[in-house]
Design a protein around this ligand. Sequence first.
Ligand code: HEM
Ligand code: HEM
Length: 247
Amino acid sequence: MSAFYALLFTVAFLVLVIGLAKKIYQYSRVPAPLKIPVTPAPLTKGGVAVRLAKEAILFAALFRSNKWTWLFGWMFHMSLFVVLTIHLRYFIKDVPEWLVLLQPIGKYAAFTMIIGLLGLLVRRMFVARVKYISSPSDYLWLLLLLVIGLTGVTMRFISHTDIISVKEFSLGILSFNWQTLPMDVPLLVHLFLVAILMILLPFSKLLHIPGLFFAPSRNQVDNPREKRHIAPWAAELEAEKNKMQPK
Ligand code: HEM
Ligand code: HEM
């Protein structure tokens, strides 16, 4: 069983890293021939950096669009960020002081994460216009994250697992020195679903993580009057035409 999990995580890690890198490369090469920043938009590159940071950290556009979705969505994402940060202790040999200090408070982020997910699930199930456009995968992602959260809480607060062995197991995967995993059901479910998440991420809606930064409506500078915007293919055509015209 430990060997199965070690193999699963090695594959999941490779799929995640290579899959994400390929997607990011693909996104970076998609042409954006038109100037389409959603206005009011920043006039400088620095302004765009601030805008993207506000989107990634505060979910500013979602806040303007719908307060309930923002509340549960933001609660879920911020809690997930804390949860993942305190998980770093399984992957760093000598855990730094700040990470140790974060543990006793950070463990409660699991609850706000679960409340956020439940709110998002209720929204999909009971808000008619959202339900109408929801596909099975929309529900499945929320359920997957919920079960990961619930098995995590079970291990942290109810039925503990041997976290020293878990750490040896995760460090072992990173160094190809496979270790045995404690055979506890909540841990096995937790890790199996995490591996599924890692494998599906590069092919799913979770691509909104890198995608946000490539959205032309958010990452363009609003300067079409100051600077003429010409798509590369149009610039080539223009140069051709100029060459052919008699002097
Ligand atoms: C830079 C990091 C991230 C940003 C800025 C971000 C932003 C967002 C925003 C704004 C939404 C709301 C969409 C809407 O309904 O209008 C959303 C939805 C969602 N995000 Fe993220 N996200 C990030 C990372 C993640 C990660 C790491 C996960 C999970 C591993 C995740 C899982 C989800 C899920 C499942 C939804 C759909 C919720 C629903 O409407 O049912 N996100 N994200
Ligand atoms: C390979 C990656 C992961 C490993 C090895 C791992 C392992 C664990 C373990 C051993 C615990 C119990 C902590 C304790 O008893 O002190 C735990 C808790 C938890 N896990 Fe994970 N986990 C992983 C990834 C994730 C991911 C991706 C999520 C979220 C989507 C997550 C969400 C949680 C939550 C919410 C808890 C409960 C609160 C806490 O202790 O942080 N885990 N995890």
